[in-house]
Design a binder for this molecule. Structure first.
Ligand code: PBG
Length: 326
């Protein structure tokens, strides 16, 4: 056959043809906006995440109002907890009058349609900076931790969370949290499992934001080894069998093969988290004029969608929604 009979460029000739044949789309309704909150009266900019702040209660209302105006309908909340409230048992995580429950109640009352997602893990509340309870030898206690996570999840659901998102990577927590939610009458509250969450250095800026870095050791006995892909499938099978409604891969950009692997092996909806370090990289290069921010951000998000994500958590959610609407 004449090689020139096949001309893929014919399908790229005009903007109309290119849009007509585009295989992947990006829209604001698929973006989830992570927000940092604290109890103080002023917003505090986060140095390693330009454009993001620890928001005061007032600042949060302003930010959510703006995000809704830009077309963002889902947010996930992360609390910066004052040092005096951090304990080895992380009890503050299930205090019904703590920062997260109070904030959920306020937001639900004001915007009932807003999709409220909460993070389940102990690290913001732990004086050890770990997602689980730590014993005297520095070991992370799995089953004891799961009990505390269940109380945290129920506390968040009681306060109005729509989706509970365990990011702790303890074994068996999805099933245990599902049972605890059901026993508390929260059959309709969904679970978005952090299924393949890697022990990644890309979480650095997030830990600055919450002052939540581990005070001893690292997270490698519970978060996954970045070298592993098959293991993600194993985690996915478990989370699905335990009752996860949606699953997540995190970080996103460096783990697109994992996302595709899960897309091909489960029918559950998938989310991916473009984490703080990915945001910081894009931001830093853009600020220096080395990359065109709008183009690289939208391309990075499109790549995550193409790899198989239905929804994307990104600190660029608001900006991306605005760019998409232009
Ligand atoms: C904590 C948690 C982390 C992130 C989300 N939930 C940090 C960690 O596991 O150390 C990271 C998010 C980001 O870097 O943007 N359970």
């Amino acid at each position: 056959m004449d090689p020139m009979r096949q001309r893929p460029r014919r399908n790229r000739r005009t903007p109309v043809l290119r849009r007509f044949l585009s295989e992947t789309s990006l829209c604001a309704s698929r973006l989830i906006y992570p927000l940092f909150i604290h109890g103080g009266s002023k917003d505090e900019p986060i140095a390693s995440m330009p454009g993001c702040s620890r928001l005061s209660p007032q600042g949060l209302l302003r930010e959510v109002e703006g995000a809704l105006g830009d077309g963002i309908q889902s947010i996930v909340l992360f609390p910066a907890v004052e040092e005096a409230l951090k304990t080895s048992g992380a009890e503050e995580c299930h205090n019904p009058s703590g920062l997260i429950p109070r904030t959920l109640e306020t937001l639900k009352a004001r915007w009932p349609e807003l999709n409220l997602i909460t993070d389940v893990a102990l690290d913001p509340y732990s004086s050890d900076g770990h997602d689980g309870l730590v014993d005297e030898n520095g070991r992370i206690l799995n089953d004891e931790t799961v009990e505390v996570l269940c109380r945290q999840a129920v506390c968040q659901a009681d306060a109005g969370a729509d989706v509970i998102s365990p990011s702790d990577m303890m074994d068996g927590r999805i099933g245990a949290i599902r049972d605890a939610l059901d026993d508390a009458g929260h059959q309709d509250v969904a679970i978005l499992a952090y299924t393949a969450k890697y022990a990644s250095a890309f979480y650095g800026p997030f830990r600055d934001a919450l002052d939540s870095a581990p005070r001893g050791g690292d997270k490698k006995t519970y978060q996954m080894d970045p070298a592993n892909r098959r293991e993600a499938r194993r985690e996915a099978l478990l989370d699905e069998s335990e009752g996860a409604d949606m699953m997540m891969v995190k970080p996103a950009g460096p783990y697109l093969d994992v996302l595709r692997e899960l897309r091909d092996s489960t029918d559950l909806p998938l989310a991916a988290y473009q984490v703080s370090g990915e945001y910081a990289m894009l931001k830093a290069a853009s600020e220096r004029g080395w990359l065109d921010e709008r183009s690289v951000v939208l391309e990075s998000l499109l790549g995550i969608r193409r790899a198989g994500a239905d929804a994307i958590l990104t600190y660029y959610a608001r900006a991306a929604a605005r760019w998409l609407a232009e």
